[in-house]
Design a protein around this ligand. Structure first.
Ligand SMILES: C[S@@+](CC[C@H](N)C(=O)[O-])C[C@H]1O[C@@H](n2cnc3c(N)ncnc32)[C@H](O)[C@@H]1O
Length: 301
């Protein structure tokens, strides 16, 4: 794994606690209710889940830990991510987590299986682009999870690829979908210039752009999936922070530096001055960060 990948994995690890706090609980509760109704209506059938842009599988571990899949004893969970090396990171994270949580893990041909108190979860990791990988998946999926990823994908193409894999009444869960606002405090006179440019870098032909969360509210119904629950899941990180939160904000500043720097819309001196101030404030424990996200749960009509 390159140094860049290591930093990305560390970013995902630091993001877990921020996501834990942010996730919209009413939408999660609705997901639990929907899955429980589904299990009751289809006795004996396993729960089949596909998670795209799965990273190290944090959302799978979280949903299992939080009891979201408790209506099912047999779960088949496929994770897809195009980033090489991520499957090894996911395996290591699952091995550590399953051991701590009392699951017994055993390797399978394409992943591994964990078992506890008669419940089985078959975990498969696919390294590849979701547009290629989903074609291979039968149209028999109960739940698609798209966690913190839709804003970096072409939205309609992604919805077409994913929704067509769902069975009747299948569910589409898109937690932590970025929705257009980034703020740092205390205010800085270059905030608008830098952060508007940051949001502009999120657009283009191959990404859904900064308002993906809101756009999903109309794109999903247009794709025959009705919204059953939605709500805000903003990231809010304020001092005093622990090491993970400090790293998380430093990584967000790095994203701003890389994307705005490459985009060229902001003068070098302005960007440098803004970044220097923000890093100093972070070091001094005086910088707050807010990003607006939405969690959306939809159901195939
Ligand atoms: C911001 S990360 C989120 C990871 C994980 N869902 C989490 O929140 O912990 C987005 C992930 O999507 C993956 N990704 C982006 N475009 C993809 C594509 N077209 N196919 C598969 N994975 C993709 C990236 O490699 C990255 O790991």
């Amino acid at each position: 794994m390159t140094r860049h990948d290591e930093r990305f994995v560390r970013y995902l690890e630091s993001k877990e606690a921020v996501d834990d706090r942010a996730l919209h609980r009413p939408t999660l509760s609705t997901l639990v209710d929907e899955l429980s109704d589904r299990a009751e209506a289809r006795p004996g059938e396993p729960l089949r889940v596909v998670s795209v842009g799965a990273g190290t599988g944090a959302m799978c571990r979280r949903l299992l830990s939080w009891g979201v899949f408790d209506a099912y004893d047999d779960i088949k969970y496929i994770m897809i991510d195009r980033r090489k090396g991520m499957s090894d990171q996911a395996s290591a994270a699952f091995a550590e987590w399953s051991h701590g949580a009392g699951w017994e893990a055993s390797p399978t041909v394409d992943g591994f299986q964990i078992e506890r108190h008669g419940r089985r979860v078959a975990l498969t990791y696919v390294t590849g682009d979701l547009f290629d990988a989903t074609v291979e998946i039968p149209q028999a999926i109960d739940l698609v999870v798209a966690h913190a990823v839709l804003d970096v994908l072409p939205l309609q193409r992604a919805l077409d690829a994913l929704i067509t894999r769902l069975t009747d009444g299948g569910l589409f869960y898109a937690p932590i979908t970025f929705d257009g606002r980034t703020a740092f405090r205390p205010a800085h006179n270059a905030d608008s210039e830098v952060l508007d440019a940051f949001h502009e870098t999120m657009g283009g032909d191959n990404a859904s752009g900064p308002e993906t969360g809101s756009n999903l509210l109309s794109a999903l119904p247009q794709s025959d999936a009705s919204i059953v629950s939605a709500g805000g899941s903003g990231w809010v990180v304020t001092p005093p922070y622990d090491d993970g939160e400090r790293f998380f904000i430093s990584r967000i500043l790095q994203f701003v530096e890389e994307s705005v720097g490459a985009h060229g819309g902001v003068g070098e001196a302005t960007l440098r001055g803004w970044l220097d101030t923000r890093h100093k404030q972070l070091e001094a424990g005086g910088l707050s960060y807010v990003a607006h996200n939405l969690d959306i749960l939809a159901k195939l009509d």
